[in-house]
Design a protein around this ligand. Structure first.
Ligand SMILES: Nc1ncnc2c1ncn2[C@@H]1O[C@H](COP(=O)(O)OP(=O)(O)O)[C@@H](O)[C@H]1O
Ligand SMILES: [Mg+2]
Length: 338
């Protein structure tokens, strides 16, 4: 549905000086009918990527194909037509205060010159689809945060797009409302077969609804793939983000090690880790752990404290040998300091 080929975007530095490379050779293919997450720190290039997808930003080079159309090559009327295939949802819906929910939803159709009767029919469908029945005549001030976002989503769907791009759709919502909006996005994907792209900094959102996830770092793709595969790969950067561990505890007279065993079948419990530690004259105690079941696979990371027979921190030699053995068993282990 979406194919990016060697996409680059370079901005001239606003005050002169070195140009800013916001996107640096992005190759990405996103399948239709799935929910794709794009994550990355602030400044990684997420917004620039979305703006290139909508044609708001022209790439410096490379291809941006949405549903078979090269968006980057279009201008004027052709670009406006292609844009109708792409719905947008933002963190803040920015509704028109003087219009009801229904009027806000119908606004893009009004601008596009859709006749009133047709517009009203479509708005009524949209109100039902996003679960706003009974609230359609409320003004924005009379809607909850979640309902406002439902209006924003309905408005994004008004022109029956094939792709819905969501930029931080739940970042301004509380936990329970976030869960409802994510359920709505899943429901839309199922009912309408729409392709959803969610830009987010919330890993919980990715774990909850995304089928695939792409991590952007400094304008490049650091990791991409199906959520299950990415979470189960202890060598990739996303595993630690998706299956987080707390910082090392203070006040323990021990060496603290974070172990990422992905969905390894050789190491999957703290007993496995203890057994290995005993061979190096050490005892491993579980300090913290995160185990998730993603797509039917159990993936996990644990934090252990290592001590020798006399209850003192394991020796550097013992630790090195233990870490080597874990590595052989496919576990990515790292000493962490408090
Ligand atoms: N219009 C612009 N002019 C110059 N630099 C820009 C412009 N837009 C974005 N950038 C720079 O490009 C990089 C990526 O920005 P952005 O795509 O907004 O990242 P994100 O959305 O992941 O926070 C940043 O270094 C940012 O300062
Ligand atoms: Mg941004």
């Amino acid at each position: 549905m979406i194919t990016l080929e060697d996409l680059r975007k370079v901005f001239p530095a606003p005050g002169g000086g070195d140009p800013v490379v916001a996107l640096d050779g992005i190759d990405l293919h996103l399948d239709p009918g799935r929910i794709h997450g794009i994550v990355g720190r602030s400044g990684a290039g997420k917004s620039t990527l979305i703006r290139c997808l909508t044609g708001l930003e022209k790439p410096s080079s490379g291809k941006v194909q949405v549903d078979g159309t090269d968006v980057a090559a279009l201008d004027g009327a052709a670009l406006r037509a292609a844009r109708r295939n792409i719905g947008m949802v933002f963190q803040h819906a920015n509704l028109l205060d003087s219009r009801t929910a229904a009027q806000n939803i119908g606004h893009p159709l009004e601008i596009a010159g859709v006749p009133r009767a047709e517009r009203e029919k479509r708005v009524a469908e949209l109100v039902e689809i996003v679960g706003l029945s009974g609230r359609e005549h409320n003004y924005p001030a009379q809607l909850s945060g979640g309902q406002v976002q439902r209006v924003g989503i309905a408005r994004g769907l008004a022109a029956e797009p094939k792709v819905l791009l969501c930029d931080e759709p739940t970042s301004a919502l509380d936990g329970a409302t976030t869960a409802q909006i994510l359920r709505l996005l899943q429901d839309l994907r199922e009912r309408l077969g729409i392709t959803v792209v969610i830009i987010t900094h919330e890993m919980a959102v990715v774990r909850e609804v995304c089928d695939t996830v792409t991590l952007l770092q400094d304008g490049r793709i650091a990791q991409t793939g199906d959520l299950v595969d990415v979470a189960a790969d202890p060598h990739g950067p996303l595993s630690a983000e998706l299956i987080p561990l707390p910082p090392a505890p203070t006040g323990l007279d021990a060496v603290i090690v974070n172990c990422d065993y992905g969905d390894s079948t050789r190491i999957r419990t703290s007993e496995d880790l203890s057994r290995l530690a005993e061979r190096h004259g050490a005892e491993a105690t579980l300090v913290a752990g995160t185990i998730e079941t993603i797509g039917g696979r159990q993936v996990g990371r644990v934090q252990i404290a290592l001590r020798n027979d006399s209850g003192r921190p394991i020796s550097p030699e013992g630790l090195a040998a233990y870490l080597r053995e874990l590595e052989t068993a496919g576990v990515v282990a790292q000493e962490v300091s408090a």
